[in-house]
Design a protein around this ligand. Structure first.
Ligand SMILES: Cc1cc2nc3c(=O)[nH]c(=O)nc-3n(C[C@H](O)[C@H](O)[C@H](O)COP(=O)(O)O)c2cc1C
Length: 323
């Protein structure tokens, strides 16, 4: 007999529907959820790992941290957030978090003001409007990252942005020169992927896969990314003091807090993580920064010039473990 959800379960499922709107590398959506009484368990889905781009599952864990943040914001919005345990079982490293919920109903709790931004946030890869990001807003974003256990370094000055743009371009060329990296990217651009993965800007779906797999387009990508980075009002590096799975989870929570806060203020972001993904360049990037520790994500931030459609997502049924 088909399982019929109680109203209480439906309300809990609505929280997970918001969690899965989180960003993830290659739109791989590497998460699974399970309901256990008044708790939602979040697990890493390592079958969706990116072994070439992300050999240690660092970005995978950050992506799950973003989903966790959405889950907590939604639970607060519906007045149901009781607490969270991170990495609760040492012998079960895939169990990333347990979010405890209050019984159904209740008033919105503090920390729920970012709720509307969950559905409005987009990865915006186009040029931003030529409008600076106010210093007060930059400081607010830094405070949000710090509250989440990470740090955020803002780079708005042209010369410093250009130094980062050059690193990004160099890393682009290195990544594209690697056939394994291109093959992995192409796998997530496959035309049959309608509920996950990405589209290549300017390339129609059916040929994107073959083109990305076969050709080193590093020079073109480097030129485009350099121009985008130079032309963005603000580049930011989000990092953590240390570089363990716990830090990656915190980086994801902080990242999503920053993205939602930025979105609420009218900004969108996109990623230029390449110098962090190339292991040999991560230290060089770090040496240009003031903060100590490990850079985790490099973003460009600005005011979008047009609305863009949301990226695809898998359905709730595909990410939910009933037992
Ligand atoms: C940890 C992490 C790393 C990412 N790295 C990149 C990247 O290098 N390049 C890029 O274009 N997008 C990157 N993204 C963005 C994803 O591609 C994007 O979230 C996904 O396609 C879903 O789209 P949405 O963010 O608009 O919902 C990254 C996202 C996360 C969370």
């Amino acid at each position: 007999m088909a399982q019929v959800d109680t109203p209480a379960t439906q309300k809990t499922l609505a929280l997970i529907e918001h969690a899965i709107l989180a960003p993830s590398s290659h739109n791989s959506q590497p998460w699974r959820f399970r309901l256990v009484d008044n708790t939602i368990e979040l697990r890493a889905d390592r079958a969706r790992a990116l072994p070439v781009t992300d050999p240690y599952d660092r970005e995978l864990t950050i992506s799950c941290g973003c989903a966790l943040m959405n889950l907590m914001v939604a639970a607060r919005h519906f007045g149901r957030f009781k607490g969270v345990e991170l990495l609760p079982k040492r012998m079960e490293p895939d169990l990333l978090a347990r979010v405890q919920l209050e019984p159904v109903s209740g008033e919105a709790q503090s920390g729920s003001d970012l709720f509307d931004a969950i559905a409005q946030r987009r990865t915006y890869r186009k040029r931003f409007a030529a409008r600076p990001v106010p210093a007060t807003l930059q400081r607010r974003l830094m405070a949000v990252a710090e509250a989440g256990g990470a740090w955020l370094e803002c780079v708005a000055e042209a010369k410093a942005k250009h130094a980062l743009a050059e690193l990004i371009a160099e890393a682009d060329r290195m990544l594209w020169a690697d056939p394994s990296w291109r093959r992995e990217l192409a796998l997530w651009m496959h035309p049959s992927r309608s509920r996950d993965g990405m589209v290549m800007p300017g390339l129609p779906g059916p040929i994107a896969n073959a083109v990305v797999r076969s050709f080193d387009m590093g020079d073109g990508q480097a030129a485009r990314d350099r121009e985008l980075a130079d032309g963005s009002p603000l580049l930011v590096v989000l990092g953590t003091e240390r570089d363990t799975p716990k830090d990656w989870l915190a980086a994801g929570e902080a990242l999503q807090g920053v993205l939602l806060t930025a979105c609420k203020a009218g900004l969108q972001a996109s990623y230029l993580n390449q110098p962090i993904q190339v292991a040999a360049m991560r230290q060089r990037l770090h040496s240009t920064l003031v903060h100590a520790g490990a850079p985790q994500v490099l973003l460009r931030l600005g005011y979008p010039q047009e609305d863009i459609s949301p990226a695809s997502r898998r359905s709730l049924a595909e990410v939910l473990d009933r037992k």
